[in-house]
Structures are given as C-alpha cells and as structure tokens.
Design a protein around this ligand. Structure first.
Ligand SMILES: NC(=O)c1ccc[n+]([C@@H]2O[C@H](COP(=O)([O-])OP(=O)(O)OC[C@H]3O[C@@H](n4cnc5c(N)ncnc54)[C@H](O)[C@@H]3O)[C@@H](O)[C@H]2O)c1
Length: 481
C-alpha cells in the first residue's frame, strides 16, 4: 500500500521505516529540513538501536523516501499517518497546534482520485478524531481539486447528480475517513515493539477505514514477514490481537495505558519510601508481590522517578480532559505528585551522605530518561543537575549516547561532560546513577573509587549490589533499601 507518514520523530520514523520493511511504499514527511537531509543520506537523526540499517535498506530498495513537501505524498497515498508531537502546554493540556497544521495541509493537498484513510497516530485528547476530520474539511475548502469537483457535481444534469454523489461527487467522507491508531512503542526497543506489538488498536467510525488499516498491518498481525536481523521474532509471538473500536475508546486506550504504567511506577516508589523507613528492601518486596499473576513484576522498579516524552504529558493531558468534564481524577494527581517528590530523593540522599553540597563535585551517570535512547524530554537527570547547580555544586555527567544531545538542548546547564565513567569519576565527591544503562552495572568500582575524591554512590535505579559496593569501600545509598 502507498503510505505517507507526517512527522518523522521517534514514532513516525520508526513506523514509516518498519512499514517500508514490510513492503509498503512509504514517504516520511517532516518540516525539519535538517532531519530530512540526514535521512536522505541514510542517517537517523535519533538514536534507536537497529534503525539506521532498516532506513538504509528501505532507501536502497527504493520504497522508503523522505520529503519536506507534504502535498505530493498525500496525493499518492492511500493511508496518511499524522505522527507529529503533542507536547504539553503550561496548563498540562496537549498542544495540538502541530496536529492542526498537518490536518489542514492534508485537506489542502488531497486530490479526488481515490478514498484515503487519515490516521491519528499522535497521542491526542478524546474527540480529536472528529476534530481532525473537521480540520481536513477546512483544508478542503481551499483545495482547487475539491472545489472543481464540487462545482462539476453541482452543474451536472439532475439525472447524473445521484451517480455523481455516489462516485465521490461532493461528500468529504467519500474522499477521506479519519481513524485512530495509537502507538505503544517504547524508545530503545521501538523496532521490536513495532514488529511484535502486544496489540494493535484501531479506532474508526467506518468499517472501510478499519479494514484498510487492518490490511496495512496484515503482515504484522499474521506475523508473515521475515524478521530483520536487528529484531528477531521472540519465541512466544503468534498472531497479534487487533482491538477494533470506536474513535473515542481508541484515543482513551492510549491515555489509560500510559496513566496505568506511570501509576505503577509511582506506586513502587511510594512503597520504596515506606520500605526505607521500616527497614525493608523494595527489591525483595517487589520480587515477592510482583510474582502475583494479578500484579506482574514489570514497571515496579523504584528509582528517581519516571520521565520521558510521554508519561508526564499524557497523565497531565488526561487530568485536563477529566477536568474539562467536571471530574477531578485524584489518583492521577497522586501519580504525578509522587513522581515530582521522587525526583528530589537523589538530592536528599546526597545531602544525607555529604552534608554540604556547595563546592562539592557530583557525577551523574546517565542523562537520557531511560537507557537505549538519547531522548532527554522530561528526564530526571536534567532536574537533578539543575537543582545541584543551583545549590552550588560542580556537576559532571556521562551518558553513553545522550551527552551531545544534552549539550545541544540545554546549553545553559553548566554541566561538564565526561567521555566515560572513569573520566566522570575524577575528583567527584559522589556519583549518582540516574539512568540504568547496562554498562553501569559493570563499573570497575576499585578504579572508579581511586579516581574519586570521596567514595559515595547514590544508586538512583537500584542497579548495583549494595554489598559489593560497600565492600569496595563506598558509602552506598539506593532507593527503598
Ligand atoms: N516517543 C515515544 O516513545 C512515543 C510513543 C508512543 C506515542 N507517542 C506519541 O507520538 C507522537 C509523536 O511523538 P514523537 O516522540 O515521535 O515526537 P517527535 O517530537 O520526536 O517528532 C515529531 C516530529 O513532527 C515534526 N513536525 C511537527 N510539525 C510538523 C508538520 N507540520 N509537518 C511535518 N512534520 C512536522 C517535527 O519536526 C518532529 O520531527 C506524540 O503524540 C507522542 O505522544 C510517542
């Protein structure tokens, strides 16, 4: 199928690239010329394991293209994805200005040759499917091909009028339908998540739109494709469930999923804070209650809190949606409050350990909001670094991937970037593990300790074995243990 993906970020780029791998003909569109230039050269502007190779093979096969111009790919495509950002406004409400601009441009660009399905893949508030439909129609009102079609339909002999209407002679729904197809991929394992999702959610008011999307995803649903080397098929993957539902429910499924996951982590952090006070170990506690099949062990790691581009903004947006309808979602407020408080736990532990922060050198291991990505959006490290700098500390940081992104995106943050963990340790009075990169599990603590000024580790992700760290002569503080 011919597909256009508008918005070439973490979601759009991975979606477009994977669809091309499956054999569809895909054009990814973005307004960011630098990104498109890089992509045309076969380089990914984001760090995502395995993505570079898939982009290169799509370009080589000739069915993955990149463009800054929306109108040609919209005309040539049967399925048009909207995958632009929906960042939070100050109020917590989702900023829909990018979605709006794209929906109107699609309306202006459509031709009348065939029926299209416009798919909201961005995470959008409930009702956005209908709203996008309205905006595309607004775009149509400036679309010469559509206006021509309308006037020829109006001028047709009366006998032809009914036939004309049936053959797309004046009804926008014959030209396009809007569907919702929320995305659940995780940065760091985005390709595998796209090829082997837990489920595919399709929201549509019209059976035709649902059927076309189902056809697009057929190779994934039936698992009929040959897996790429970078994303082998897990042994337990069989047919992928497809949840076909109405637009509002599809939109809500995405918010419910993220709100639940954020709540699960905040719950683990709440229990960790109590564990710490009563002398229990959160790792042991989670091992015990996570084995309950009704609960499950995932997303129960205590630490310095959740971050990233989605949890914070989606929970805030859901709170905003509830309020718009006169409902105060107490549990969601607590999820956010617990997380805000948790961000400060690392600094509190540094104070307990070092007493004086002013003039001390603190090393942050990890900047990205989670491992295997360079995404710094709402990353706890940024807040921790800012707080420490404000308190008068000298802050050093090392992230295996995100140093450059941080330098570029936060030029005002006076962080000294280190090339590796050893360079980071030099002269530090304490090290804080902020992101659970795998390599941090295997630090050479003896060498690290020798480079440091004083031997203290705040393990903000409970990554290390406390006993081993203490045996290496460090003061160790984890979260909830
Ligand atoms: N990042 C994730 O892990 C993730 C997971 C699931 C869902 N989502 C949702 O998917 C959506 C996209 O997220 P993302 O992380 O990929 O965002 P992103 O910021 O990485 O990418 C968005 C892209 O859209 C482009 N864009 C903006 N306006 C445009 C326009 N008018 N025309 C063309 N391109 C335009 C931007 O230049 C940018 O490249 C959001 O709603 C997000 O909540 C994200």
């Amino acid at each position: 199928m011919e597909v256009c993906v508008v918005g070439t970020g973490y979601v759009g780029l991975v979606t477009g690239t994977c669809l091309a791998y499956l054999g569809h003909s895909v054009v990814c569109v973005d307004i960011d010329e630098r990104k498109i230039e890089m992509l045309r050269g076969g380089r990914s502007p984001i760090y995502e394991p395995g993505l570079d190779q898939l982009i290169a093979s799509g370009i080589q096969r000739g069915n993955l293209k990149f463009s800054t111009d929306i109108s040609k790919p919209v005309k040539e495509s049967e399925i048009i994805f909207i995958a632009v950002g929906t960042p939070p406004l100050q109020s917590g409400r989702a900023d829909l200005s990018y979605v709006k601009a794209v929906a109107q441009s699609i309306g202006r660009a459509l031709d009348c040759e065939r029926r299209r399905v416009i798919v909201n893949k961005s995470t959008v508030p409930i009702g956005s499917g209908n709203w996008v439909g309205m905006l595309v129609k607004e775009g149509l009102s400036e679309n010469p091909a559509w206006l021509d079609k309308l006037s020829s339909a109006a001028n047709a002999p009366t006998a032809d009028l009914a036939a004309n209407r049936r053959s797309n002679g004046g009804r926008p729904e014959d030209l396009f339908l809007v569907a919702s197809n929320p995305e659940f991929l995780r940065e760091g394992s985005a390709i595998s998540d796209t090829f082997y999702p837990d489920r595919i959610v399709i929201g549509a008011t019209d059976a035709y739109a649902a059927e076309r999307l189902r056809a697009l995803y057929e190779p994934i649903v039936e698992q009929t494709f040959t897996p790429p080397a970078s994303a082998p098929r897990p042994a337990d993957v069989a047919v992928i469930p497809v949840v076909t539902t109405d637009l509002a429910s599809a939109e809500m499924i995405k918010y419910a999923a993220n709100a639940f996951l954020a709540t699960k982590i905040s719950f683990a952090n709440e229990i960790a804070n109590i564990c710490e006070r009563v002398g229990a170990d959160i790792k042991e506690v989670v091992r015990g209650f996570g084995l309950d099949s009704r609960i499950g062990p995932k997303f129960l790691n205590a630490g310095v809190g959740w971050g990233g581009s989605c949890f914070g903004k989606d929970v805030s947006a859901l709170i905003d949606i509830a309020r718009e309808y006169g409902y105060e979602p107490a549990l969601l407020h607590s999820t956010v409050d617990v997380n805000k408080r948790q961000r400060h736990v690392a600094v509190q532990k540094l104070q307990e350990s070092l007493k004086i922060i002013k003039g001390k050198t603190i090393g942050l291991l990890g900047l990205a909001f989670k491992p295997n990505t360079d995404d710094l959006r709402d990353a706890p490290a940024i807040e921790i670094a800012s707080e420490l700098i404000e308190m008068g500390a000298r802050v050093k940081a090392y992230d295996p991937i995100a140093n450059d992104a941080c330098r570029r995106q936060y030029p005002e943050l006076k962080i000294e970037y280190a090339a590796d963990a050893m360079a980071l340790a030099k002269d530090c009075d304490a090290i804080v593990i902020v992101t659970e990169w795998e390599e941090f599990r295997y630090l050479d603590l003896n060498q690290i300790g020798q480079a440091m000024n004083a031997k203290a580790i705040i393990d903000g992700r409970n990554l290390l074995d406390p006993q081993a760290v203490e045996e290496a002569g460090f003061k160790y503080r984890g979260i909830g243990r």
